[in-house]
Design a protein around this ligand. Structure first.
Ligand code: HPA
Length: 250
């Protein structure tokens, strides 16, 4: 039987060394190729499938990711719940690098990305409800487990989805802050909306990789991002190993 739980790994999590790999599968979809093969395995004794959002060698920038193919491939094999891991920049004062964050809302500032499955061959126009963009039950499980493990976790916040691949200007971050955003990333949309269109339960575990532009002195460097992600991703792996066995089948 195929797994019903998927993990989408982001920057800093192109492979999951805690996963006991069983097999890999390259799939194609009506929307093209997913970012990486689907890696089937076991985590905490539970079957899961892992997909590397930026490719297995981290070569796909955020605006080139085929989000539709990724979500479609997972849906097609029978996935019902998706934990999406993503690196973000910290905007809110408590979003210091290395922390985990579980966004409860999102604002989509991306442009030019294919963002829906509902555009061709429609019998009627479809608008999904997106009032709560993340699955409340799945978020709650993640938060409770992170707290029980005493991980360095922030329980809510608005995620600003930017197109990238460049980082933001300080003025852009001030604007996002005025909009109420707590963190900023480049892959949150259309991933979350596509998951909802397919009826998947979807929640994000973000890892703060850096202070967002203008929130700390000096430039943001890839070295800094990579360094902060190492510790953050160790927390993510601990969390995943603990949370996944307790997820109820849906
Ligand atoms: N901005 C946008 N996306 C990001 C950042 C950032 O500062 N850090 C990691 N992903």
């Amino acid at each position: 039987m195929n797994p019903t739980i998927a993990i989408i790994g982001g920057t800093g999590l192109a492979t999951l060394d805690t996963l006991k790999i069983i097999r890999q599968e390259t799939r194609s979809t009506p929307y093209g190729e997913p970012s990486s093969p689907l890696v089937y395995g076991e985590l905490g004794g539970q079957p899961v499938v892992f997909l590397a959002r930026h490719g297995q060698h981290h070569t796909l920038p955020p605006h080139k990711i085929n989000y539709r193919a990724n979500l479609w491939a997972l849906h097609r094999i029978g996935v019902k719940q998706v934990i999406a891991v993503a690196a973000v920049g910290g905007i809110r004062a408590d979003m210091d690098p290395g922390a985990l964050a579980f966004p409860d809302q999102i604002i989509d500032y991306t442009w030019g990305r294919p963002c829906t499955f509902f555009e061709d061959h429609l019998t009627h126009v479809t608008h999904i409800d997106f009032t709560e963009p993340y699955c409340p039950e799945l978020r709650e499980r993640l938060i409770q487990t992170a707290c029980a493990l005493k991980l360095d976790a922030r329980e809510s916040g608005v995620y600003a989805a930017m197109s990238g691949p460049r980082l933001e200007t300080a003025a852009e971050i001030r604007r996002l802050e005025r909009d109420g955003c707590a963190m900023v990333g480049m892959t949150g949309m259309p991933e979350a909306a596509l998951a909802r269109e397919l009826g998947l339960r979807y929640a994000v575990c973000a890892v703060v990789a850096n202070w967002a532009a203008g929130k700390a002195a000096g430039e943001i460097t890839m070295t800094e991002i990579e360094r902060n992600l190492v510790g953050g991703m160790e927390q993510v792996k601990t969390l995943l190993t603990q949370v996944i066995p307790g997820l109820k089948p849906v």
